[in-house]
Design a protein around this ligand. Structure first.
Ligand code: F6P
Length: 538
């Protein structure tokens, strides 16, 4: 069954939420806490190792009730069922959306079960050295070649879980930037380097260019045409992989029912399994599977992905925020904002609704961010005192992994302190009092006090997790996947296609032929000028 086609702005809840906005936008977060002494009871969820607190958003009980009504009017519960049942909800590509099957340990799909066994045995053999390079040496370095969903997920997870890593070093090449490829390869020993070429289509320009460069590098440096020992592939396109020269038993499956940006849970995650071992990779899948169960079985009011999706919709569609910042208080998660950019923006950056009509309300937000406390010293000025409303997700862990308690306490006091500052702000009266107490002269106070005012009332959501480990990372990533899905359902868009990436690719490949030839086609003046300038150098 296809997803319902419900225009959210025509629902009863939406109309009432507009009235709520008119009331709420005059309120300050501080006052909301004073007005209701039980906010945490209904605006926070404790689940497994997660403490999710969305009480520092500008809404009250009535707003929250209307948001849950909106989810119901947009049939979220039925839609979740359709997702897990494998209904063809990716309508424009006529596909099911079953990335959840990749982490379902009760799956009936025998191919997925076999894939897991293959990932397990292959990664163990690479780790223990029983699969060797063509000169008989054990591998020391693994290079994942892929782009978009074939890169961002494994790269983020390998980085996030490096506390759990073994002796192997995992590298990532994605861009069709020969300089970067050369920079990665120049420090590696071809005898002990193994490449994983990840491409669902095995036609992607960036990936194939890099894969062929890697192949040439092995052939030239090892003086052999037998590259098989140094390459495996993850793809749906077995024929193209074979013609590249990779052995059939070194090919890992991808499926048309799993979109690139949701594919980290299967063969695309091979580099993760090699980096931390299959047992840990399995825990990553188990974490995601637990979040799936929570998403599938929990009522709306206590359902973490649904509630966070609703908070995002409230902030963007009613309070007017255009962006959402993701701020993990852990350097291990420094690639999470990049990863979520693809997951959220490629999925929900759409302006046509499920009936094919233009949309006249806000959809996919701009996702950005970086790690706290680094970002406090970079862009937090704008979040605190800029004129834009920027809701932030703060992600933190109760425990540090290496046990440096002093640093961790400081890190987490910033985590809490920044959210408190964003909420409370500091008014002019407080600023003046503070300056006076510091014996600052009247003239300086008059001259500078306005600049020291913080409006406050800036929304934040905290996701506090016991510890960063493979299981909790799996939960976190699956949580965001389901937020993406829920928002897409309510916004009445198709979250699982990505037609918007096609046009640029097509034009780039046409222009490439012009860059490589003497001809310059009939283009606008600016494009022609670019081509001429480039030709002078090529
Ligand atoms: O950017 C578009 C996209 O299709 C992504 O969705 C995908 O993850 C990426 O390109 C890579 O595609 P492939 O895995 O086929 O090389």
């Amino acid at each position: 069954m296809p997803l319902y086609k419900i225009n959210p702005t025509k629902t009863r809840a939406w109309r009432k939420l507009i009235q709520q906005r008119d009331i709420l936008c005059k309120k300050r977060l501080n006052d909301l806490f004073l007005e209701e002494n039980n906010r945490l009871k209904y605006l926070s969820i404790e689940w497994d190792c997660f403490d999710v607190d969305f009480s520092k958003n500008i809404l009250n009980k009535k707003t929250f009730k209307l948001l849950t009504d909106l989810a119901r009017e947009c049939k979220i519960t039925d839609s979740i069922k359709m997702l897990f049942d494998g209904d063809k909800i990716n309508e424009t590509e006529e596909r099911s959306v079953l990335h959840t099957e990749l982490r379902n340990f009760n799956t009936k799909n025998s191919s997925i079960k076999k894939d897991r066994e293959k990932i397990k045995s292959f990664s163990s053999k690479i780790i223990d050295g029983s699969i060797k390079g063509s000169t008989g040496k054990k591998f020391t370095d693994i290079v994942n070649i892929g782009i978009g969903g074939s890169d961002l997920g494994p790269k983020m997870a390998v980085e996030a879980l490096k506390f759990y890593k073994n002796h192997l070093n995992v590298h990532f090449i994605s861009n069709v930037d020969g300089d970067h490829t050369s920079e990665v390869l120049k420090n590696l020993n071809p005898e002990t380097t193994f490449f994983i070429v990840v491409s669902k289509t095995f036609t992607t320009q960036e990936t194939l260019t890099n894969a062929y460069l890697a192949k040439k590098w092995i052939e030239e440096n090892l003086n052999t045409k037998k590259i098989q020992n140094h390459f495996c592939a993850v793809s749906t396109n077995t024929q193209a992989v074979n013609s590249f020269g990779i052995n059939r038993e070194f090919i890992f499956n991808m499926y048309d029912f799993v979109g690139g940006r949701f594919s980290v849970w299967g063969g695309v995650g091979l580099s993760i399994s090699i980096s931390i071992g299959y047992d840990n990779f399995k825990k990553f899948l188990i974490g995601a599977e637990k979040m799936d169960k929570h998403f599938k079985e929990t009522e709306i009011e206590n359902n973490i992905p649904v509630c966070l999706a609703l908070i995002g919709i409230w902030n963007s569609n009613f309070l007017g925020s255009q962006t959402q910042a993701i701020i993990p208080y852990s350097e291990y998660l420094n690639l999470l904002p990049n990863y979520l950019q693809q997951s959220m923006m490629e999925s929900n950056g759409k302006n046509i609704d499920r009936s094919g009509n233009n949309i006249n309300y806000s959809t996919g937000n701009i996702i950005w961010g970086g790690t706290g406390t680094n970002t406090q010293h970079a862009f937090f000025q704008l979040i605190h005192q800029g004129e834009k409303l920027i809701p932030c997700d703060f992600i933190g862990f109760k425990k540090s992994l290496h046990g440096n308690k002093d640093s961790h306490n400081k890190l987490m006091s910033n985590f809490i302190g920044q959210m408190q500052a964003l909420m409370m702000g500091k008014n002019l009266e407080e600023v003046i009092m503070e300056m006076k107490s510091k014996k600052i002269d009247r003239k300086t106070i008059e001259r500078t006090s306005n600049f020291k005012v913080f409006d406050g009332s800036r929304p934040t959501t905290s996701i506090l997790i016991d510890e960063l480990n493979p299981e909790s990372l799996g939960m976190l990533i699956a949580m965001y996947e389901h937020i993406v899905f829920t928002r897409g359902v309510i916004w009445n868009i198709f979250s699982f296609d990505q037609w918007g990436v096609e046009l640029g690719k097509v034009l780039a490949s046409k222009l490439l032929t012009e860059i490589q030839s003497d001809e310059i086609g009939d283009h606008d003046e600016s494009t022609k000028s670019h081509l001429k300038k480039l030709k002078n150098y090529s």
